[in-house]
Design a protein around this ligand. Structure first.
Ligand SMILES: [Zn+2]
Ligand SMILES: [Zn+2]
Ligand SMILES: [Zn+2]
Ligand SMILES: [Zn+2]
Length: 355
């Protein structure tokens, strides 16, 4: 949908403001860590607001029912927090925030609030707190970059600005060097237990441990910045080459260049079930409440994993919707009335009839 001119330019102003805050935050880290924390948080919040603004300007106001265009333009209004933004993105934008992204941004809010309302030991020269802040910032930027890819339609004209912050962020990692150095022994010990280490996509150190004890599911955790990811070992449907997909299905085959998507992953994970003649009735796929993926969650080694967003669920988190009968993750307590990840239950059906 094409945006009205004015709304588009408000969007641009907010995004530019966010980039300015990112830049400032990283520049002032050395001398004014307190402002770095506050400005970094403001930048992340502004990106969320920009995305809501793209949909409609009233969405960034705490109480949209009080929205007034004149006070909006003069900046005289209370705007949404990251918590509100998540709920609104979920309700309005199909591709909102993942749980991991949200929790990371909440930690930024927590640091920020402690800086503003109390004091923060990271601001008084405590080295490990300093490292914690930088690690959080690296992780948050990693997530924000992923979000930019998901929201490509809105942010595609900002590729240059994103690359510029990315460069500064790389330099920012120098504060984590000491922490990485101190982990040498831990890394060697884990290596001898079969954990593989590769370069962390968030902080850039070779501290991204891969636990393959539950293949084809791979569990990653960075010892430096605590970035966590779930991966999957999946054979390429074109050439058969085994590929490691980290965090998401989008990936190019290392041998033939085939572009993987969630359907390839789902097909790979369900390939052995297709011929299960003993129990043809058994449903093997569930809808994903986290990303809204239709029949994307598959049971692998007693864990249910989504082929689209790689969220993992325990068996008890998967159930049958009492309205549509399909398997789904998420809250199914009142599914007869409220539905599941894919249907709106009886209440949705009733209101459709009323229309
Ligand atoms: Zn890391
Ligand atoms: Zn291939
Ligand atoms: Zn999912
Ligand atoms: Zn349902």
């Amino acid at each position: 949908m094409k945006k009205p001119k004015q709304a588009k330019s408000d969007f641009d102003l907010v995004v530019e403001n966010a980039f300015d805050f990112f830049q400032k935050s990283l520049e002032e880290f050395d001398k004014k860590p307190k402002y770095s924390v506050i400005h970094f948080h403001a930048a992340v919040e502004l990106i969320m607001k920009a995305r809501l603004l793209w949909e409609h300007w009233t969405l960034i106001i705490t109480r949209p029912e009080t929205a007034n265009l004149k006070s909006f333009r003069s900046g005289d209004f209370q705007s949404v927090s990251i918590k509100d933004a998540k709920a609104r993105l979920e309700a309005i934008v199909q591709e909102g925030l993942s749980q991991a992204e949200y929790e990371c941004f909440l930690r930024l809010s927590d640091h920020r609030n402690r800086m503003v309302h109390f004091y923060h030991t990271g601001n008084t020269g405590n080295k490990s707190e300093f490292e914690k802040i930088v690690a959080e910032q690296c992780l948050a930027w990693y997530y924000v970059s992923r979000i930019f890819e998901r929201w490509n339609e809105q942010f595609q004209s900002y590729k240059k600005g994103i690359a510029k912050i990315d460069k500064v962020m790389h330099k920012h990692r120098k504060y984590l060097k000491a922490k990485f150095g101190a982990l040498g022994e831990d890394i060697e010990r884990l290596k001898s237990r079969g954990i593989l280490f590769s370069v962390c996509p968030s902080c850039g150190f070779k501290s991204f441990g891969e636990d393959s004890g539950n293949e084809p599911i791979l569990d990653y955790e960075c010892l430096v910045c605590k970035a966590r990811e779930t991966g999957l070992k999946v054979d390429c449907p074109k050439c058969g080459e085994e590929n490691k997909l980290i965090g998401e299905p989008r990936h190019e085959c290392s041998k033939c260049g085939h572009k993987f998507d969630e359907k390839d992953v789902q097909a790979f994970l369900t390939k052995d079930f297709v011929y299960d003649k003993h129990d043809p009735e058994r449903s093997i796929v569930a809808h994903c409440d986290e990303c809204g993926g239709y029949e994307m969650v598959v049971e692998v080694n007693h864990t249910w994993i989504c082929s689209q967003c790689f969220s993992k669920y325990a068996s008890e988190e998967v159930g049958q919707c009492e309205w549509c009968g399909s398997l789904s993750t998420g809250d199914l307590e009142n599914s007869y009335f409220m539905g599941c990840a894919m249907c709106e239950g009886k209440s949705g059906w009733d209101s459709d009839k009323d229309d």
